[in-house]
Structures are given as structure tokens and as C-alpha cells.
Design a protein around this ligand. Structure first.
Ligand code: SAH
Length: 219
């Protein structure tokens, strides 16, 4: 059973994180509410449990990272999903970003290339009662079986925009993806309009682990 003091610490840490995100320019209430409702401690190893609500990236297995809450919030705000939207995520990692989308009422499909992370995230979703479709494989080629998507979010840094992903965007769909070299990437939002045309907007720089696959880095 949780003690009262543990409950208070978690609540306080979450409230402080939300305050910080607002200060950093996150103003979408649905995004903030979702971040406030996902137990981030369930997505980090026990060793980092006490730091779960720090606004920082933390290591997970397979030399990967759970993204910084600010990055998750910023990308989700760019994606701007509405309840019922179908969203594909490339790079499940810990599963945290997928859980934030799920709590926004989104139908989430997520792909991870490391089997260990895929299985671990799947177990976490099940434990939290989150109905999220998980696949282990190369996300640079998308997940054609469930396409098209209203949103696609790539949480690893790509050398270029994989064509397979823009091809799987519905009319009105948004693809949020960091593109650059292996050190730094610029975040892009690519939108497909009602006539099928693509247009891009550029946002600030971030640092992600590399997207490795057929239409990503070759290892
Ligand atoms: N969204 C995650 C962040 C994980 S870091 C979270 O919230 O925790 C990015 C993840 O992308 C890593 O787990 C990495 O293994 C994965 N990845 C890299 N290339 C990939 C590819 N081609 N397909 C699927 N996953 C990939």
C-alpha cells in the first residue's frame, strides 16, 4: 500500500513538472492533462524511480532513453491529436510517449526494433490497462496494415524523412519527425492536405538516439 507521504511526493513532483512545462511554452491543456495522468515511474527502471518526474531524459535498456517530458510534450503538441485519431509511433522505447497519446483518447500503434524493449513496454501497457497495438520491427517502413494514420510520430533521429511514412499519412495527417545528423536534429512537422500535397514546417533542435533501419541510419 502506498503511504500518504509517497502519494504526496509523487503528486508534488508531477505538479512541479507541469508547472515547468507550462513555463517552457507548453500550453495545450489536453497534452498537459495527459502528462499529468501517466505514471512516468512505471516507464523507468526502479533505480531511476525517484527521478521519474524530473524534466530530463533517463536511460532505459538496450542503451536507449526515455525522452525528456518537455520533448514528449512539445512533439505531442505539434502532433495535436484529437480523441479517436489513429496515431503511429516509431520508437516505442519505454512506452511513455505512447501512453501519453493513449491517455489523450488516441488509438495508438507503436513499433520498436529491440525485442527486449518491445516486450517490456507491452507488459507495462498491459499492467496499466492500456490497449496499445505493439509491433517489433523496423518502423522506417511504417505499419501498412493499419494505414493511413492521422498522425505519425518518430521518436528517434532520422537522416531523412522516410517515404514510407509520408505515404501512410491520411489527408489532414501530421508527421512529426526529427531529421539531421547523428548528433543534432531539427524537428519537422509534415502535413498532408486534403488534396494529398505535403508541406513542412521546421522547429528547434533536439537530440535523439538514431533511427536505425531500411529508410534510416544503416546501424
Ligand atoms: N518514445 C520512447 C523514446 C525511445 S528512444 C519513449 O517514450 O520512451 C527511441 C527508440 O527508437 C529506441 O528505443 C530505439 O530502439 C527505437 N528505434 C530506433 N530505430 C528504430 C526503427 N527503425 N524502428 C523502430 N524503433 C526504432
Amino acid at each position: 500500500m502506498k503511504t500518504q507521504s509517497h502519494y504526496n511526493r509523487t503528486e508534488l513532483a508531477r505538479a512541479e513538472l507541469l508547472r515547468e512545462l507550462r513555463q517552457q511554452g507548453i500550453e495545450n491543456d489536453a497534452v498537459l492533462a495527459a502528462i499529468g495522468s501517466v505514471p512516468r515511474e512505471a516507464f523507468v527502471s526502479e533505480a531511476f524511480g525517484a527521478r521519474a518526474y524530473e524534466n530530463s531524459a533517463l536511460p532505459i535498456d538496450c542503451r536507449q532513453t526515455i525522452s525528456q517530458p518537455y520533448t514528449v510534450a512539445f512533439m505531442t503538441q505539434l502532433l495535436n491529436p484529437t480523441p479517436g485519431d489513429r496515431v503511429l509511433e516509431i520508437g516505442t522505447g519505454s512506452g511513455y510517449q505512447a501512453a501519453v497519446l493513449f491517455n489523450m483518447g488516441v488509438r495508438v500503434f507503436t513499433i520498436e526494433r529491440h525485442n527486449e524493449l518491445h516486450r517490456h513496454a507491452e507488459a507495462t501497457f498491459e499492467r496499466l490497462g492500456m490497449d496499445i497495438a505493439c509491433h517489433c520491427g523496423d518502423g522506417t517502413i511504417g505499419w501498412s496494415g493499419y494505414a493511413p494514420y492521422d498522425g505519425i510520430i518518430v521518436t528517434a533521429g532520422a537522416p531523412d524523412v522516410p517515404k514510407a511514412l509520408t505515404d501512410q499519412l491520411a489527408a489532414g495527417g501530421r508527421l512529426v519527425i526529427p531529421v539531421g545528423d547523428k548528433q543534432d536534429q531539427t524537428l519537422y512537422r509534415i502535413t498532408r492536405d486534403a488534396d494529398g500535397n505535403l508541406s513542412g514546417e521546421e522547429f528547434h533542435e533536439f537530440r535523439f538516439v538514431p533511427l536505425i533501419g531500411r529508410q534510416g541510419w544503416q546501424g
